[in-house]
Design a protein around this ligand. Structure first.
Ligand SMILES: [Zn+2]
Length: 131
């Protein structure tokens, strides 16, 4: 089973960055704690949602839909993808290499195929079929 180092993904992409990708605008902030409308699709549309996030601890919780976890869990829930696909997607969104055995394998593969380096979608094309 090919693996992604999910912990490394969480270290590379902060909760703040995930919220920015989701277009999250807090209605209230208290220190590192922010409140607003839940980013999970199908959840509440109210302006003052029961969604709270801690930017320092990189965790979130929604009292409406019950979704909670770290920034990767939030991205997974908000984009309705499998964890593996969501992690790959998130890395692409932030233009970083996917950490883990899959990425390192394709890095080595890419190195042996120097002629393909002109194609910026080379990694993307070869990672996606593995979902
Ligand atoms: Zn929610």
């Amino acid at each position: 089973m090919p693996g992604i180092d999910y912990q490394a993904v969480r270290l590379k992409v902060s909760m703040q960055q995930v919220l920015e990708l989701l277009g999250f605008v807090p209605t209230t902030t208290r220190g590192q704690q922010a409140y607003g409308v839940c980013s999970v699709r199908g959840c509440c549309k109210r302006r003052r949602g029961p969604f709270s996030v801690n930017l320092a601890k990189h965790n979130y919780r929604c009292l409406q839909c019950g979704s909670q976890g770290n920034q990767l869990d939030l991205w997974t829930a908000a984009t309705k993808q499998q964890l593996f696909q969501a992690a790959v997607d998130l890395c692409h969104q932030k233009n970083i290499e996917v950490p883990g055995s899959v990425a390192s394998h394709h890095e080595r593969f890419a190195d042996r195929n120097q002629s393909r380096r002109g194609n910026p979608y080379f990694l993307r094309v070869h990672v996606e079929p593995l979902k």
